[in-house]
Design a protein around this ligand. Structure first.
Ligand SMILES: Cc1cc2nc3c(=O)[nH]c(=O)nc-3n(C[C@H](O)[C@H](O)[C@H](O)COP(=O)(O)OP(=O)(O)OC[C@H]3O[C@@H](n4cnc5c(N)ncnc54)[C@H](O)[C@@H]3O)c2cc1C
Length: 342
């Protein structure tokens, strides 16, 4: 029984108006917009840093298609976005994986790292491609040399200076990594298990023209060898000629895709389509009070433009609708930011 005047918030839980899930580009802009609309919000990020895909998958690549930013490294763009997200001192908590969102008493209880931690009136899911883990080759030596020569993304080009690097995979990521690394590497290999590439034709042509690149097709990687401290070579099996050989390498980049656990929470019966949470044109999901934006959300069943600027625009629309949901008397549009004096 609830005694009048007594808080319904479970002991130890913190109450807020809005929980934003994810501090990728969409979650960071949503955090800024929540500040702009004076919404009490907490943003929860499972990783120990902001940036989402920008930092995890392509920190050193240059991004050209964000408004007012002619060109900027993804890692620097993420820092700028974080600075903007903190303009109104909204809270962002790292190492905080949202493990469930439970509808209770007209509110939501948010479980973080498997513990009930917050209650909120509304939820905005900006979980992007979700909790992503790179696919592994599953071969001997891979785990032993993980981060000691075996990597799943290029986080610092300089770390590969003067090295011979084998990139396993035939998609855009594999070819992007090759093009990033080639200027600093001694030699690069692209190793593909079959005889086709999924990467853009222009990238494949560029790598074919690169004198420092060798493309090896129809070939499986069987084993990664090292000296205990780092990678020294890898064993290959040519599926066409049925022959084995060993090549000397200093590093292996495994670029064979990601396993994605979309941020769809067991206690929320959200309608989904393919890997997306379905939303309407206000970025509202099938559950009242739950909104979604960015790479995880889609208004149609068609593939979406998964881009930073698109996620930002969606976050803006979602937050203004959330404002109206939380405070029905508020206006939908909060006015131009150029009217602010801060
Ligand atoms: C190689 C590559 C290059 C790209 N280049 C460009 C480009 O040039 N221009 C462009 O506009 N776009 C580019 N993109 C796409 C762009 O990065 C994405 O559209 C953008 O990152 C989507 O942002 P997001 O915040 O929606 O999702 P994400 O970036 O995926 O961020 C989601 C965040 O949510 C967190 N999260 C997920 N689940 C939970 C949970 N349960 N609890 C807490 N936190 C959680 C994740 O850890 C992550 O930090 C590129 C993508 C790739 C892979």
């Amino acid at each position: 029984m609830v005694i009048p005047g007594e808080s319904t918030v479970e002991h130890g839980m913190e109450d807020t108006d809005l929980i934003i899930i994810g501090a990728g580009p969409t979650g960071m802009f949503a955090t800024f917009c929540a500040g702009l609309r004076e919404i009490k919000s907490i943003t929860l990020e499972s990783l120990d840093t902001h940036g989402g895909q920008m930092l995890e998958l392509y920190p050193e690549k240059i991004v050209y298609d964000v408004q007012a930013v002619p060109k900027m490294k993804a890692i620097d763009l993420s820092d700028k976005m974080y600075e903007q997200s903190r303009l109104f001192n909204q809270r962002i908590e790292f190492n905080s994986k949202v493990t469930d969102v439970i509808p209770e008493n007209g509110k939501f209880t948010i479980e973080v790292n498997d513990q009930k931690k917050y209650t909120a009136k509304a939820i905005l899911v900006c979980g992007g491609v979700g909790d992503f883990h790179p696919n592994k080759l599953g071969i001997e030596g891979e785990d032993e040399y993980s981060r000691k020569g075996v990597y799943y993304a290029v986080k610092s080009v300089d770390g590969f200076k003067d090295k011979t690097v084998a990139i396993v995979g035939g998609g855009d990521s594999a070819f992007d990594y090759q093009m990033q690394l080639s200027p600093v590497c001694k030699k690069t290999y692209i190793i593909q298990h079959n005889n086709t590439f999924k990467a853009a034709e222009s990238s494949v042509d560029a790598v074919k023209r690169d004198a420092k690149a060798e493309i090896i097709m129809n070939t499986d990687v069987k084993k990664i060898n090292g000296d205990g401290n780092g990678v020294k070579s890898m064993e290959l099996f040519d599926n066409a000629s049925k022959t084995s050989r060993t090549i000397e390498v200093d590093a292996v980049i495994v670029a064979i895709g990601y396993k994605v656990n979309p941020s769809v929470f067991k206690s929320l019966n959200l309608e989904t389509s393919n890997r997306y949470i379905k939303v309407d044109h206000n970025y509202k999901t099938s559950t009242e009070g739950v909104y979604a934006a960015g790479d995880i959300a889609n208004v149609s069943d068609e593939p979406k433009f998964a881009l930073i600027a698109v996620g930002g625009a969606e976050a803006y629309i979602a937050i203004n609708n959330i404002k109206k949901y939380i405070s029905p008397n508020a206006s939908l549009f909060g006015g131009h930011s150029s009217s602010l004096k801060i």
